[in-house]
Design a protein around this ligand. Structure first.
Ligand code: AMP
Length: 407
């Protein structure tokens, strides 16, 4: 392969399509060359992209009717990449939120795979259709271009039956009402990266806290997921920017019976109006909450930290002990004060933070005498997708080569 061979990574949501281009260097090393997104789809479409060093490559606004939906966004971004930046990727990797019960690892996409992924739309109605839209349009327009689907659920398919079930009739489990867990690409990246940072403990019992605008925690043993705070959907577990986290289902019944809310209204409410935003009445953004003097902003932060502590206890019980704790994602990587407060909550487990290392955002932020070492590891879900895509591409090629030799 030449130095200019590239992999395109696509993460498509309801109102934005994010993309990254990686060059394939020697020995399969991947280097990020372009990072961009088309956002404001259906409202104020805007294409922005920057190069490897953060240098701006594009910043263009479009009329709303030019980019009404994800396929249109994909087309415009694709034309920009092809015609102006001259990127012709060898393969495209996609983030797909739901792999259902069957997909335990990334998969090369064909029409059959798309049809199977289509079946999981009811399990993730807000995300899955948008994830599949660019896959379908590339399949239609560039049928020979290899595409790979990487799932947020796949890393958690190692869960045993106790972590996979709800206490509801079995038929619903068979239909797919299971505790899947999400943020799997982030956890997989941490699982793959930690052996380089802390080889002695990377395979032991650890809790990884992915604290971003979506937030969850994962219990890992031997580098594999054994339990997660998220379940059937990405609503459960920790409070998030706009999602409540763990909530008595009776609250949902109350909203329907007493408030007359429809299923669509409840869905909108749970995904958009709750969490840090709902509790604070100030913002869904942790930076704004930290800067606010409003007592409800303080309550929202206190609640966030408290629920992380509670969940750590639950996950430590699932692991029957704890050997390490890892912070990642926007809040976990950047907020020294949230990390300090979470560490305080974990004091009873033997966590002792080093305030200076924490303030410096060092890799290891616990004191040498801390019973449980604590790490900060920046996550990189897109790189994980690019690596999977390249691996499947190479694998497919070597299989072809093998069959050519055989025939
Ligand atoms: P993510 O979804 O991983 O991009 O994380 C987004 C969240 O990280 C938002 O709530 C941001 O407010 C938060 N965040 C990013 N940088 C900081 C920071 N320096 N301090 C506190 N929170 C931050």
């Amino acid at each position: 392969m030449t130095a200019m061979d590239t992999i395109l990574v696509i993460n498509a949501g309801s109102s934005s399509v994010k993309f990254q281009v990686y060059s394939i260097e020697g020995e399969g090393k991947l280097c990020r060359q372009i990072k961009g997104q088309m956002d404001g789809i259906g409202s104020r479409p805007r294409l922005r992209a920057s190069g490897a060093g953060g240098d701006p490559l594009a910043d263009r606004a479009y009329p709303i009717e030019a980019i009404p939906d994800v396929p249109a966004a994909m087309q415009v971004a694709g034309e920009w990449l092809r015609d102006e930046v001259r990127i012709h990727p060898l393969a495209v990797g996609h983030r797909v939120v739901h792999g259902g019960p069957e997909f335990e690892r990334p998969v090369l996409i064909d029409h059959g795979v798309v049809a199977r992924l289509e079946r999981f739309v009811p399990l993730a109605p807000l995300h899955q259709p948008h994830n599949l839209a660019p896959i379908r349009s590339i399949l239609a327009n560039f049928p020979a271009l290899p595409q790979v689907a990487c799932f947020d659920t796949a890393f958690h398919r190692s869960h045993g039956p106790l972590a996979d079930h709800y206490a509801i009739p079995h038929q619903l489990h068979a239909e797919g009402v299971r505790r899947y867990g999400f943020h799997g690409l982030s956890y997989e990246y941490i699982s793959k990266t930690l052996p380089q940072i802390a080889p002695d403990i990377a395979k032991r019992r650890m809790i990884v806290a992915h604290l971003g605008s979506g937030a969850s925690m994962c219990a890992m043993k031997g580098g594999q997921s054994v339990e997660s705070t998220m379940g059937f959907t990405a609503l459960d577990g920790l409070p998030m920017g706009t999602r409540p986290g763990q909530l008595d289902p009776g609250v949902v019944l109350y909203l329907i019976a007493e408030k007359g809310m429809s299923a669509a209204k409840v869905q909108d409410f749970l995904y958009r109006d709750c969490g840090l935003k709902g509790l604070s009445g100030v913002s869904n953004d942790m930076r704004e909450l930290e800067a606010s003097a409003d007592p409800r902003a303080k309550l929202a932060i206190d609640y966030f930290v408290y629920r992380i502590g509670l969940s750590a206890g639950m996950l430590a019980a699932a692991l029957q002990g704890l050997d390490a704790f890892v912070f990642t994602a926007g809040i976990g990587e950047n907020s020294a004060s949230i990390r300090a407060r979470v560490a305080e909550q974990l004091g009873w487990l033997g966590v002792a933070l080093d305030a200076a290392e924490n303030a410096r955002h060092s890799r290891q932020i616990s004191r040498p005498n801390s019973l449980i070492p604590v790490y900060v590891v920046p996550t990189d879900e897109e790189l994980m997708i690019a690596q999977h895509t390249l691996a499947l591409l190479m694998n497919g090629k070597s299989q072809n080569a093998r069959s050519e030799r055989v025939s």
